[in-house]
Ligand binder design. Structure first.
Ligand code: NAD
Ligand code: ZN
Length: 255
């Protein structure tokens, strides 16, 4: 099947759906300038995840975590891309009921999506692990600009941690439960920009599939779970999703 046919097929499935759920990973934000972890140009080619993105790494050496985060600082300034806007549009049309994301960049919300389940937390809030004081990103903007490790303004601790889920930390249970519920309810489940290797998040497409959802994949390259998808489209999310939404709109207008 050529790509245009697959886009038409995905559009047809989505236009006929009553309960769409979208599941996204780092790949959807790649075109906003935020590097992914895996895949070509992935950060794991440069950094050791054990060192920079685990809770024990953070405890051992917060500086290593922060150096890595400074590299990702685009997150703070990045803008949503057409893929994020296309998903928000599907929600406005009443088709998509929830976005489950592994991303911590808040770009879905900024593109207008309202029901967003952040499985891995977000970068917008921070906590001091010693005295529990809560912070907002805006409190540490200067640190970011100067590449200085943030320090608790109340107790002086170096352990000020963004509310993101690091390796070795549990997922927020309430968010995970809601995500499982959404996956069970979906009649179409659309995966965008995820390698589907990070668990337990990667369990969700299997749950949706086993509960009868039609499965659509939009990713730059094949994933380990390709066999569970009815429609697979390989390419850039920012180009493909708006084309799918166009198909959905034209089918809706003609029905
Ligand atoms: P991943 O890095 O493991 O995989 C990303 C996938 O996206 C790859 O398969 C790649 O081929 C694909 N991709 C790259 N560019 C694309 C594009 N333009 N269009 C479509 N697909 C594209 O990402 P993951 O599955 O989300 O798992 C990694 C973990 O990293 C997650 O837990 C997430 O929290 C975290 N992470 C988040 C961000 C972010 O917030 N933007 C960025 C990096 C990593
Ligand atoms: Zn403190």
């Amino acid at each position: 099947m050529i790509e245009r046919d697959r886009i038409e097929e995905a559009g047809w499935i989505i236009a006929n759906a009553k309960y769409g759920v979208v599941f996204t990973g780092a790949g959807i934000s790649a075109e906003s300038g935020i590097p992914t972890f895996r895949g070509e140009d992935g950060l794991w080619k440069k950094y050791d995840p054990e060192e920079v993105a685990s809770i024990w790494g953070f405890r051992r050496n917060p500086r290593a975590f922060w150096e890595f985060s400074f590299e990702l600082r685009n997150k703070l300034f990045a803008e949503p891309n057409p893929a994020h806007y296309a998903i928000a549009e599907l929600e406005r049309m009443g088709i998509v009921k929830a976005v489950i994301t592994q991303n911590v960049d808040t770009l879905h919300q900024r593109a207008g999506s309202r029901r967003v389940l952040e499985l891995h937390g977000s970068m917008t809030k921070l906590d001091c692990l010693d005295c529990r004081k809560e912070y907002d990103w805006s409190d540490f903007v200067e640190n970011f600009e100067r590449r200085e490790v943030p320090r608790c303004k109340a107790c002086g601790s170096w352990y000020v941690k963004p509310r993101v889920v690091l390796f070795g930390e549990p997922l927020p249970m309430d968010v995970l439960e809601q995500a499982v519920e959404e996956a069970r309810s979906a009649d179409v489940f659309i995966v965008v920009g995820s390698s589907l290797v990070v668990y337990p998040a990667a369990e969700l497409p299997y749950i949706a599939k086993s509960c009868g959802a039609k499965m659509i994949l939009v990713n730059a390259e094949p994933t380990v779970a390709d066999h569970i998808f009815d429609v697979r489209i390989y390419g850039r999310a920012g180009e493909i999703l708006p084309r799918i939404v166009e198909v959905v709109k034209s089918l809706k207008q003609n029905s």
